[in-house]
Write a new protein. Structure first.
Length: 279
C-alpha cells in the first residue's frame, strides 16, 4: 500500500473552538524533559505544545532550568523535578505525556522514563516518546508493559536502534522500517527524514514538505510538543502526528518566503505556527 497524502485542512477543522470553550476543554500536556545541559529541548517542546493549542502545559524538568523556563514561556507551569518520587506528584494531571526531549542517559533519565511509562500504562494516558527516550525504550520494554496509546518519533539513527539494525537498512526501505516499528511497539510512528512517514499498522502518510534549513537543533523537540498539543485537544494519535508533521514543515517553508535556510532555527517554527494552523 502506497503512503497517503495528509489531509491537513480536514484535520484543522477538528480543532474548532466554540464560544463557550474554556482551557479545560483543550487538554493538559505534561512534558517530562530536560536533563542538565539539555534544558533548551524541554523549553522548546513545552512552548510548542502551548502554541499548538493545548489548554494547559506543565513541564517537569531539572530544577536548574526553572528560571529559564519561566522566562522563556511563563504560560507553562514548570515543575522542578529531581527524582522519580518528585515526578509522581504530577503524573495524574495530564491527558498526554511528552517524554524524552533532552532527557539524557543517566539515573535521573531512567527514573523519569520508568515513572512516566508506568503511569501511562496504569492510567491509560497517551504518551509520546522522543530523543533519548527512544534510545532507552528497548531496555525498558523488558521491565514494563508498554502503554496502549503510544507515539514514537525516531530519526533514522533512532529507528535503527529500535529495530536493532543499521541506518543503511532503514534508509534502504523506510516504509518497511516504519511498519516494523509500529508493529513491534504497537504504536504510531513518525519516521523523520527529508520525506517523513507517519504510520499506524498498515496506514501510512507521507510529508514531502519542509526544507534543508530545518536540519538543525531543536526541530524534533518542537515537533514532539506539537504532536502532544494536538493529542491533548482530542485528535487521534495518528491524526495528531500527521497534522503536526505537515504544519511543522509548512512553517519551515513559510520562513523561507522572506529569509534564508541557513538562519532558520527551531524557535522560528514556534513563532510561525499561528500563521500556518489557521491559514
Amino acid at each position: 500500500m502506497n503512503p497517503s497524502t495528509i489531509q491537513t485542512k480536514k484535520l484543522i477543522k477538528k480543532l474548532y473552538r466554540n464560544s463557550e470553550s474554556h482551557k479545560g476543554d483543550f487538554g493538559h500536556v505534561l512534558v517530562v524533559a530536560g536533563n542538565i545541559g539539555y534544558g533548551g529541548a524541554a523549553l522548546l517542546s513545552s512552548k510548542a505544545a502551548m502554541r499548538s493549542g493545548a489548554g494547559l502545559v506543565s513541564l517537569a524538568t531539572r530544577s536548574e532550568h526553572l528560571q529559564a523556563a519561566l522566562s522563556f514561556s511563563p504560560e507553562v507551569m514548570t515543575k522542578p523535578v529531581d527524582s522519580g518520587q518528585a515526578l509522581e506528584n504530577y503524573l495524574d494531571l495530564p491527558n498526554v505525556i511528552c517524554l524524552g526531549p533532552g532527557l539524557g542517559k543517566d539515573y535521573w533519565s531512567e527514573q523519569m522514563m520508568f515513572k512516566s511509562l508506568e503511569s501511562a500504562y496504569k492510567n491509560k494516558t497517551p504518551i509520546l516518546i522522543d530523543a533519548d527516550g527512544l534510545n532507552l525504550l528497548p531496555e525498558f520494554t523488558k521491565k514494563l508493559p508498554l502503554p496502549k496509546k503510544i507515539v514514537l518519533t525516531p530519526h533514522i539513527g533512532e529507528a535503527a536502534r529500535l529495530l536493532n539494525t543499521s541506518k543503511e537498512v532503514i534508509k534502504k526501505n523506510k516504509i518497511s522500517a516504519v511498519r516494523k516499528i509500529s508493529k513491534k511497539y504497537n504504536s504510531v510512528v513518525v519516521l523523520k527524514s527529508h520525506e517523513t512517514l507517519i504510520c499506524r499498522g498498515d496506514k501510512i502518510y507521507v510529508c514531502n514538505k519542509g526544507n534543508p534549513g530545518m536540519a538543525t537543533a531543536g526541530m524534533g523537540d518542537v515537533l514532539s510538543g506539537m504532536i502532544s498539543g494536538f493529542i491533548a485537544q482530542k485528535l487521534s494519535l495518528l491524526d495528531a502526528a500527521s497534522l503536526a508533521v505537515d504544519l511543522h514543515a509548512q512553517a519551515g517553508d513559510s520562513y523561507l518566503e522572506n529569509n534564508n535556510q541557513q538562519s532558520l532555527v527551531a524557535t522560528d517554527i514556534i513563532d510561525l505556527l499561528s500563521s500556518v494552523i489557521y491559514e
